[in-house]
Design a protein around this ligand. Structure first.
Ligand SMILES: [Fe+2]
Length: 263
């Protein structure tokens, strides 16, 4: 329904989803535990950058697990280390994705997804350790704050590590929770056709079409079978670190993003 490709893999670690020229971007694994995010991957430039990041993690007191050849082959990357972030999320830092040079051809005619130097999309995580999580992503891994939005006594903090306005947003929560992940299609027509397909299939739409104030994404939200939401949008803005200044937003959306109307 989303127009992504399902791909098979040699490894048995899950069902893989391809949305661009990478062999895959998302893995869905069967779990006996919680139905939630299992890990997040963050790409670094090269082996030297990964070594430097691993050293910074260890200096900051985070255990760093190196990967075996089998693990590297399973992920399809040249180098990868794992650590557990302050929220309890398994965070995989990697470099050197191994390409298969297969084209992305959407089975339902989505024209394409915006990735490249903007990465996969974004995730919004609830964390029981918001302050530590912010320090980890900004102080250790080098993310930058894009903006803040007040949320009760705390903040929602939007963070970027490439020109995408946010690849990660953090909000205080009793436990680690994936609130939603976002995929960005190339055009408004892609978003509209996907929305129509979901509606005609009876999939629940959690938030109507709307436009976010901070990243300018025109999107809707739909509940996945795992319970967390998928945000599907287009038109996200790019952040230029040489001119960007941090602000606080007071509304998430300029228009739309309404909850379902009770019937
Ligand atoms: Fe979002």
């Amino acid at each position: 329904m989303l127009g992504a490709m399902a791909v098979s893999s040699d490894s048995d670690d899950g069902f893989r989803i391809k949305i661009d020229d990478r062999p895959y971007r998302v893995v869905i694994q069967r779990s006996d535990g919680v139905d939630d995010i299992a890990f997040a991957g963050w790409e670094l430039r090269d082996a030297a950058a990964l070594d430097q990041a691993a050293a910074q993690l260890e200096k900051a007191g985070f255990a760093v697990e190196q990967s075996t050849e089998t693990q590297l082959r399973a992920r399809g990357v040249r180098g990868l280390v794992r650590t557990i972030d302050p929220s309890g999320l398994s965070s995989e830092l990697f470099w050197g994705p191994i390409h298969d040079h297969e084209r992305f051809i959407s089975p339902t005619g989505v024209s394409g997804f915006v990735t490249g130097d903007m990465g996969l999309g974004h995730i919004v995580l609830g964390t029981p350790n918001l302050g530590d999580a912010i320090d980890f992503y900004t102080g250790v891994l080098g993310f930058r704050v894009s903006d803040y939005m007040r949320n009760g006594d705390g903040d929602v903090v939007f963070l970027h590590c490439n020109p995408r306005h946010h690849s990660l947003a953090l909000v205080g929560a009793p436990e680690l929770t994936l609130y939603h992940f976002m995929l960005e299609a190339r055009t408004l027509d892609d978003v509209g056709y996907v929305l129509d397909r979901l509606l005609s299939d009876g999939v629940s739409i959690s938030r109507s079409l709307g436009k976010h104030t901070n990243d300018h994404m025109v999107s809707f939200y739909s509940q996945t079978p795992s319970g967390f939401d998928l945000e599907f949008g287009c038109g996200g803005r790019r952040v230029d670190d040489s001119t960007w200044s941090v602000s606080e937003i007071t509304k998430a959306s300029s228009w739309g993003h309404h909850p379902p109307v009770a019937t």
